[in-house]
Design a protein around this ligand. Sequence first.
Ligand SMILES: [Zn+2]
Length: 698
Amino acid sequence: MVAPMPFPTLLFSNMTAAPKAHHPFLCEDFHIRWSTLQSNCIEPDIEKALTDAATMIEQIATLSSTPTYENTFAALGEALEPLNRAWGRVSHLDAVCNNPQLRAAHNAMLPKVSTFFARIPLNEELWQSLKSYGETADSTQLSPVRLRHIEETLADFREQGADLPPEQKQRAAEIQQRLSELTQKYSENCLDGTNAWEKIVTDRSLLTGLPESALATASQSAREKGHEAAWRFTLQAPSFIPVMTYADDDTLRREIWEAYTTIGREAPYDNQTIVPEILALRHEFAQLIGQANFADHVTARRMAGSGGSALAFTETLHNKIVDAFEKEAASIRAFKASANEATNTLLEPWETAYWAEKQRRAEYDFDEESLRPYFPIDRVIEGLFAIASTLFGLRIEVRDGVETWHPEVTFYDLFDALSDERLGAFYADWHPRESKRGGAWMNYLTTGHREPEKRSPHLGLICGNLSPAVDGQPALLTHREVETIFHEFGHLLHHLCGEVEVRSLNGVNVAWDFVELPSQIMENWCWERESLNQFARHYETGEPIPEALFKKMLAARNFRKADATMRQLAFGKMDLDLHTHWPESGEADLEGFIQKCLQGYRAEYKTKSPSNIFHFGHLFSDPTGYAAGYYSYKWAEVLDADAFSRFRQEGVLNPVTGADFRHKILARGNAAPPAELFHDFMGRDPDPEALLIRDGIT
Ligand SMILES: [Zn+2]
């Protein structure tokens, strides 16, 4: 996951700043003095940043001198840089050091900051000023990256409705306002609907099959709610997934499945009228700004280019895997029948995860826990740095004595191995704390300058919630956690190896369906013998992963892969159909429309399974979010599998291939369209075949 800044950051040079001590969040020192970033400074610092930014924007909007690149597009970046820097620090602290004072200050300023950014593209004078320079500038006098900056900024503004006549601009703003209310309500209904249900079990014999860890969590949850000698289950994933996967009791699984499918469909947490309204408003907005539908609006500047091409991508993959998918469905039915010595019939939807787990164990005899001893965290990180250094010509060093936000955080410098230049630095914060949000992510705090005369380093961070050290043993990671470290480090390299002179086009500021390429490709090095041998060693004996275990790990990797792929494709198909065809379909029954569009994308069950449309936060918890963008998950997998095929051909640790990837992809950020960057690296367009081969579905 990558958490980009709310708006492009750009050059910052000539603003008169107040004495630093008074505005710690605005301080420009490269090494951030985290101890000075106190909650009571948030409001005054952000207020000051907002006022200063507004003043500078006003200057661009009412320009009296001849417009130049510097006093228009570059100046807009300068105007927003201090606000982005300060707000980036506030958001970061909110994610890693949450406390009541900080949260209150953050939530007090959040609406002001969002409204400020939302109003920029609708500022008529500013728009005229940018447009008149942007459309008349002498392109022979501007570098290609500055030209792209102009094009991208104009397109950003137009996408928000900058070019509309006043009354339509007003309507665009109303739609966005209503969408933010509706999506907020949708998201609250999902959360409240999930939390409204619980199941207390007092008979231990109903819980056979569940692993000890799930029982311990359920028992603790019951005690916290005042139930002794009981087990409490909820619809939150960590509680509900183990039941669906392991519980032997069919009635229990059915009850939880039924509760789960009604989230968002029952009063008082009902999303059934909210979704059609969201879809209608998105469609209206898309048409207002001249697009045929919302899917075209969202994808126009992404790699896919149009809703139709994203849909064609989804359908092509579907056709390639549908046979493998049917085979897997038949195989699990046969497995259940033979295990029960019963006739082969369709499964119920609450049986699939359970029987899939039984089948996986029977066929692969692979326990993921058996890999942990080979992944002590320090060795994994050393190995990752060694691999990245070899491949991309880098050197990474721990730096002590630099202030951080928490004693567990480590600070590193990253150098170009050849020139010895410090390209950037980063913080790494890997284990859970109560004050830290869940998941894993990369973010950046500073984008350095890349013009030769004022080069300066980038600054970024990677965070996670990985298994902590227990009882004096080192932290031993699961293989999935190792992949997570490699993934986030890939995002980080995208930022730190960036060589783009326009700072808002550096690193991860790229199209949504391209941003996961540098991160996902890194995960491949967690599956190759040659790279694993560099770091996967038993924490006590130093032995590499035994061949038999390695083989099991590879074999189990693709178990029911066509089913997992089809599930992702189904979400993507539903998302695109809803944002392309639904609004003008004239149909009244949303669920019926979805069932039709998903024909061939879902396994057949005895009991019909309703769609998840009324509790699908990706699509409806944000005015845009993943709407018409869910396909990007598979899209990026196609890119990463394909790009990695070049490493497999030329050597997974080949520094020449690595240097090419660094200079043609990582260094270039958004300096050129992503399809062009990919083509530069591969010498051709993406080919989905590599993903199908990796997934064992050809
Ligand atoms: Zn990611």
